[in-house]
Design a protein around this ligand. Structure first.
Ligand SMILES: [Zn+2]
Length: 420
C-alpha cells in the first residue's frame, strides 16, 4: 500500500521519468543506473583519445565541468583522471545516496546487502532511512517491558545500541561528510538524541515529515534540522549541541549501485532486485500521472480546471492544488490523462507488462534449475546454496550458519511458497 502523502511540492515541474521508483509515501528514488546514464545522443559513443594528451591542468578544468554521468565514465579511465573524477563525483553537494537503517541496525553484514560495499566506502553524502524509529528500535529485548515511557530516560542498552549504530555507519561509510537521518513521521524526540550522539566531525541532519499526525492521508511536508556543534573556548572535549531548522530538502535520492552477484544465490538476488525495480516503477506511475495533469494546465501557461469526479467540483486555480486534492481524495484515479501524455503512459504500460513477463520467465527458470521438491536436483541446489552462504566472503554474516542467514529464509520462501 502506497499513500503518496509526501509527494514533494514542485514535483510536477520535473521531467517525467518512468524509470524512477517511489517510496511508501510518494518520494522518488533514482536507481544508480539512471543516475549515471548518459543522455541518448548520437555522439554518446564517440571516443576522444586526445583528451589524455592535454596538459593535466586543462584535463582538470574540463573534468570540473562534467556532469555525474560523464564523471562516472571517467572513473573508469586512466589513474590520474580516475582519482580526480572520483573526487568530484562523490563530493557533489547536490547528490545524496540513501540506505535503509535496518541493515546498519542488524550489524551491517556484507551478506545482508546487495549494494556495493566499495562504493559505500567513498560516499560522502548519505540519507539513512528508518522505518518508523521508536524507542523499541534501540532497546535490548529485556528492557522493553521495564522501560518507563513517561520519564523517557535512555537505558544503558539504548545508549549502547545507538553507539553501535554510529560505529556501523562509520565502518561502512568512512568518508561521510554529511548524514541525514530520516523517517516518514515525526514520531519521537529520539531522533535528536540519536543525532546528538553521531560523530562530531560529520554534519548531521534530521529529516522528518510533518502534517499527517491528525489525518494520515493528508499531504505531508518534509522538514529538516541541522545539528550545530560548538566547542567551548577553554576545552576541546566540552561541546554544545543545538538543532537549527533548514530549508526543506526534496531532491530525489540515489539508490547505490549493486555489487557483482555470484552463483546460485546471486540468481535469487538478481531476481529480487529486478522485482523491486518493477514494484518501484509501478508505484511511481501514479506520481507522474498527477504531475502530467499539473504540467498540462500550468507548465508555461495558467489554465485553471475542475476535478472530473462527479459531485466533487473542486476547482484548481494554482499549481499543487490538484496534487494535494489527489492525495486527500484519490480522485486522480478517475481523472483523465491529458491527450498529449497518453502515448507516453501507454508505451510505458507496454514496457512494464514486458518486464513483468520477463520476471515470470526468470522465476520459472530458477525453479527449473533447482528441480522439483524432493528431487535430487533440489537437494543438490540446496547444498550449493548452503555452501555459498557459508563460504563466500561477500555473503558473510558474522559466523551465521546458512540456516540462520537472511538469504536462506528468502530463498526458502521462494522455493517453498507457503501460500501455495
Ligand atoms: Zn475531486
Amino acid at each position: 500500500m502506497v499513500w503518496y502523502s509526501a509527494i514533494p511540492s514542485g514535483n510536477w515541474r520535473k521531467p517525467i521519468n518512468l524509470n524512477l521508483h517511489c517510496t511508501l509515501h510518494g518520494e522518488l528514488r533514482v536507481p544508480f543506473a539512471q543516475h549515471v546514464s548518459l543522455p541518448d545522443t548520437p555522439s554518446s559513443n564517440a571516443s576522444f583519445p586526445q583528451f589524455t594528451l592535454l596538459p593535466l591542468e586543462l584535463q582538470l578544468k574540463v573534468i570540473y565541468y562534467c556532469d555525474q554521468s560523464t564523471l562516472f565514465q571517467l572513473i573508469h579511465t586512466s589513474s590520474f583522471i580516475r582519482a580526480e573524477a572520483s573526487k568530484l563525483f562523490f563530493s557533489n553537494p547536490e547528490v545524496f545516496y540513501w540506505i535503509n537503517a535496518k541493515w546498519l541496525l542488524e550489524g551491517a553484514y556484507p551478506g545482508y546487502t546487495v549494494h556495493d560495499l566499495n562504493f559505500m566506502m567513498r560516499v560522502e553524502h548519505l540519507v539513512i532511512e528508518f522505518s518508523w524509529m521508536k524507542e523499541d528500535t534501540w532497546m535490548d529485548p529485556a528492557e522493553r517491558t521495564a522501560w518507563n515511557y513517561i520519564d523517557k530516560v535512555l537505558t544503558t542498552g539504548m545508549l549502547g545500541n545507538i553507539r553501535k549504530f554510529w560505529s556501523m555507519v562509520q565502518l561502512r561509510f568512512p568518508r561521510l561528510k554529511r548524514v541525514t537521518i530520516s523517517d516518514d513521521y515525526d514520531r519521537s524526540g529520539l531522533y535528536w538524541k540519536v543525532g546528538e550522539m553521531g560523530p562530531t566531525d560529520i554534519k548531521v541532519f534530521v529529516a522528518l515529515r510533518q502534517g499527517g499526525d491528525k489525518y494520515p492521508y493528508r499531504r505531508l511536508e518534509r522538514r529538516l534540522w541541522q545539528r550545530m556543534v560548538t566547542s567551548q573556548a577553554d576545552t576541546h572535549t566540552d561541546t554544545k549541541l543545538q538543532w537549527e531548522k533548514r530549508p526543506p530538502w526534496c531532491e530525489p535520492l540515489i539508490t547505490m549501485p549493486y555489487r557483482r552477484l555470484h552463483g546460485l544465490v546471486g540468481k535469487f538476488q538478481d531476481f529480487y532486485i529486478r522485482q523491486d525495480h518493477w514494484y518501484g516503477q509501478d508505484q511511481s506511475i501514479r506520481i507522474f500521472k498527477i504531475a502530467a495533469v499539473e504540467k498540462y494546465h500550468f507548465d508555461g501557461r495558467h489554465c485553471s480546471f475542475r476535478c472530473s469526479v462527479q459531485d466533487c467540483n473542486t476547482v484548481f486555480q494554482q499549481p499543487e492544488e490538484y496534487t494535494t486534492h489527489a492525495i486527500d481524495t484519490r480522485h486522480d484515479e478517475m481523472h483523465p490523462l491529458p491527450e498529449s501524455f497518453k502515448h507516453l503512459f501507454a508505451k510505458n504500460d507496454k514496457r512494464h507488462e514486458q518486464l513483468k513477463e520477463d520476471l515470470s520467465k526468470r522465476r520459472k527458470h530458477i525453479l527449473e534449475q533447482c528441480g522439483s521438491e524432493g528431487s535430487s536436483q533440489r537437494q543438490a541446489a540446496m547444498k550449493e546454496i548452503m555452501h555459498q552462504l557459508e563460504n563466500n566472503a561477500l555473503l558473510s554474516a558474522q559466523g551465521k550458519s546458512a540456516s540462520e542467514h537472511k538469504w536462506w529464509d528468502i530463498i526458502d520462501s521462494f522455493l517453498y511458497p507457503r501460500d501455495g
